[in-house]
Design a protein around this ligand. Sequence first.
Ligand SMILES: [Cu+2]
Length: 106
Amino acid sequence: MKNTHALIFAALVGMGYVAAPLAQAQQAAVARDALSDGEIKKVDKEAGKLTIKHGELKNLEMPGMTMNFRVSDPAMLDKVKAGDKVRFKAERVGGALAVSALEVVR
Ligand SMILES: [Cu+2]
C-alpha cells in the first residue's frame, strides 16, 4: 500500500503532469528576460503605431535605434505615452514588426 503513492507519482511524471508546472515557470522566466528596454517617443493611435527608442533587440538581431512598431493589441496604445520607459517585446509578424508584449517601467 505504501508503494501506491510512489507508483502514482512515477506515472504522473511519466505522463508529464508533474514536470509541466516547472516547465511553465521556466518559460515565464525566459519570456520575462526576453523583454527589451525602450522609451516611447510617440503614440500614433490613428496609424496604430508606437515610435520606440529601443536598445538591442536580440530576438530580431537588431541594434539600438528609434523606429516605428505596429502593436499586436490596440489597447497597448492607451497604456503608454511619450516619455514612458518601457520593457517590451517585438516580433516579426508577416513581414512587419509588431509589439507583442509591453509594460511600463515605473
Ligand atoms: Cu529597430
